[in-house]
Ligand binder design. Structure first.
Ligand code: PHE
Length: 398
């Protein structure tokens, strides 16, 4: 804002401290308590800054150190001509009846404030910097002006705040930990995938709705952004054969409009166990153990029939709500159960597509949404929060 000025009148906001203490309050145009208070606040600030500036500059040797400290002390506290005595002469003594009490009070406070800054003590505190000698000598005159201080390498450095793992990745690691302990290893595959691995090899026929343009991002007619981590089942079977115990964490993509439970990019973890004589009981036992490791000993698991083209039979796994114990609450949407994942025995045709003989080997698979797990675990009601990069949200997961 530009304040219009009368000719010949100095603008008080642009005046330095030196200049202000040489004028009376009337000359400065200060005629009320708030004005007086802000004037004194300015002086206190200046005193503090000058002290800090001197410390930042340091001194080259002991004699200079003494001279600098004395100069700063005198500038403020000298009986003759120090800022405080000038304030006494120019502001306090001539102040009118109305303003005198507030000026008096402020003056006492300023004196206490400056005394508390203990300029004399700087004599010990002022760092000696051998190399700074020629510049530092200038400080005698420069104290109180805005000259930038030479860099003081003895000051503590700027600290770069440490980041932390994203809550989804943290959840992923927690799940990985459990399966690594069971002897699974971690496998990965491409996010840009062929329709063969993403659909055909998994027994997903041409007519299946998930292959529709409205459900899948097509790069060209034979290439998609993978819609699940299941294609890596086939890739791993081709690469390693049987037996196979792997989990496959990774990003997946679906043509979903973002809302509180959907995101076009999300995270899955696939599990796959292939060996001889693997049964549905192994699947149930493993997933029950997994749920108890993640949500606590007390939870129970529930398996309900379902359908996936690449598993037969297929199931949906739910866990009893670890918040309410199954009574019904906000987290389980009053149902007592939390849906966790899809699973099933690997379809014989899928084994064949991966180069494994279904007469010799069999296995199970599951697929779960990591984002959803993290939402349930931390009672987060909007999946979008994970992808907005808002530090206020992310900081809560250190
Ligand atoms: N791929 C399935 C999905 O994305 C999940 C799944 C994986 C189901 C493995 C069964 C076996 O919904």
């Amino acid at each position: 804002m530009v304040v219009p000025q009368r000719q010949g009148e100095a603008n008080p906001t642009q005046m330095g401290v030196e200049e202000k203490v040489r004028k009376t309050l009337a000359e400065l145009g200060v005629n009320d308590s708030p004005g007086v208070e802000s004037l004194f606040a300015e002086l206190r600030k200046a005193a503090k800054e000058e002290r800090a500036q001197l410390i930042a500059r340091g001194a080259a040797n002991q004699p200079q150190r003494e001279r600098l400290c004395k100069a700063l002390r005198d500038r403020w506290l000298a009986r003759k001509g120090g800022f405080l005595s000038q304030v006494d002469e120019k502001w306090l003594k001539p102040a009118g009846k109305d303003l005198k009490p507030v000026v008096g009070r402020q003056f006492n406070e300023l004196r206490r404030f400056v005394t508390d800054l203990e300029f004399e003590k700087l004599l010990e505190a002022l760092p000696l910097q051998q190399e700074a000698s020629p510049q530092t000598e200038l400080v005698l005159n420069a104290v109180g002006t805005a000259r930038p201080a030479p860099r003081d390498i003895t000051l503590p450095g700027l600290r770069r705040p440490l980041g932390s793992l994203h809550p989804v990745i943290r959840m992923q690691r927690e799940i990985e930990e459990i399966f690594l302990r069971l002897g699974f290893w971690i496998e990965s595959g491409p996010e840009i995938e062929s329709t063969y691995y993403n659909f055909d090899a998994l027994n997903i026929p041409e007519s299946h709705p998930s292959r529709d343009d409205w459900d899948t991002f097509y790069i060209d007619s034979k290439t998609v952004l993978r819609t699940h981590t299941s294609p890596v089942q086939i890739r791993a079977m081709e690469k390693y054969g049987a037996p196979l115990y792997i989990i496959i964490p990774g990003k997946c993509y679906r043509h979903d409009n973002p809302d509180s439970t959907h995101s076009p990019m999300f995270h899955q973890i696939e599990g796959l166990a292939i060996d001889q004589d693997i049964t549905f009981a192994d699947l149930k036992g493993t997933l029950d153990f997994f749920a108890k490791m993640l949500f606590g000993e007390k939870v129970r698991t529930r398996f309900q029939p379902s359908f996936f083209p690449f598993t037969e039979p297929s199931g949906e796994v739910a866990v009893s709500c670890f918040v309410c114990g199954g009574q019904g609450c906000r987290v389980c949407k009053e149902s007592g159960w939390i849906e966790l994942m899809g699973c099933g025995m690997v379809h014989p045709q899928v084994l064949r597509n991966g180069g494994i003989d279904p007469d010799k080997h069999c296995g199970w698979a599951f697929g779960l949404g990591v984002d959803r797990f993290a939402m349930v675990k931390h009672d987060i009601n909007d999946i979008q929060l994970f992808f907005q990069g808002d530090v206020r949200f992310l900081e809560q997961f250190r």
